[in-house]
Design a protein around this ligand. Sequence first.
Ligand code: ATR
Length: 269
Amino acid sequence: MSLYAVIGDPISHSKSPLIHSDFAAETGEDIKYVAHKVSSENFDDFVNEFFEKGGSGLNVTLPHKQRACKIAKHLDSVSKSAEAANTLYLNGDGEICAANTDGPGLIADIKLNKNTQIKGKDLLLLGAGGAIRGALISLIDEEPASITIANRTVSKAEALRQKFDKVLKINACSYQNLEGDFDLIINGTSTGLIDDVPALRASNLRKGSFCYDMYYSSGDTAFVCWAKANGAAHVFDGLGMLVEQAAESFFLWRGVRPNTEEIIKKLAG
Ligand code: ATR
C-alpha cells in the first residue's frame, strides 16, 4: 500500500482524504491518504521525513504552497509560473518534484463539468493573491480574448499584469476603476471567509455571463449569492475545482484518471 497525505495549517476541514479514498475505491488503487497538521516551522522536516520513510506523495495546502516550490528540485510549468505548488512526489532518482494542479483543476471544472469554453471570452479575475496566481497561467493558456484583474490592492494586480502581459494583454485595476462587462467572472479573493464580496456592479455582468467562485461552502458563498441576485446566467462555486485538482494530483501520482462525477454529486449533497 502506498501512503499519501495532505498537509496544511489548519487542516481539519480538508475534504482531500475523503476525495482520494473515493478515487482509490473507484480505480482499485491500493493507497492510504491521511491529513496532517504541519506548522510552517516544521514544514521542511516533515516533508523530508515523509519521503525518507517511504511516503509516495503529498498535497500541500495553505499556508505552505510557496514553500512547497522551494523544497522541490524540479517544478512543473504551472508551479514555476505560480511560484506555488500543491502536489509533491519523488522522481525515479528520489528527488522531490512539485506540481500545481489548481489551475488545471479549475480549467477542467469549467470546460468539462460546466461545458463552458474560455477561448475568446472576456475574463474578469477578482483578487491577485495565491488563488489567482495559481490559476492565471492555466487561464492564459486557454486563449481568452482579454483578461482583467481587479484587486483591492492595485499594485498586486499590476505586478501580475507586468509578469504575464507579454503572453496576453492584461488589464489591472481597482474595483472602483473597473469598467466594462465580462463573459466570465472568477472570484479568487478570500472575501467569502467574512461573508463579503468584492465591490462589483451588476453592470459588470454581460448577458449570459458565467460567474465562478474558487471557494466553496456548504451553503451558497457570498459571491454565488451576489451573482444570482444580480442576474448572472450561470453561477458555480469551487467544489468542482476542488475535486478536479485532486483528480489531477491522483493522476500524477498513480497514472490513473479517476471519475469525478459521482464524488462531486456526493459532496454537493
Ligand atoms: P489566497 O492565497 O487565498 O488568495 P491571499 O494571497 O491573502 O490569499 O489573497 C487574498 C485575496 O483576497 C487578495 O486578492 C486580497 O486583496 P488584497 O491583495 O488587496 O489584500 C483579497 N481580499 C481579502 N479581503 C478582501 C476584502 N475585504 N475586500 C476585497 N478584497 C479582499
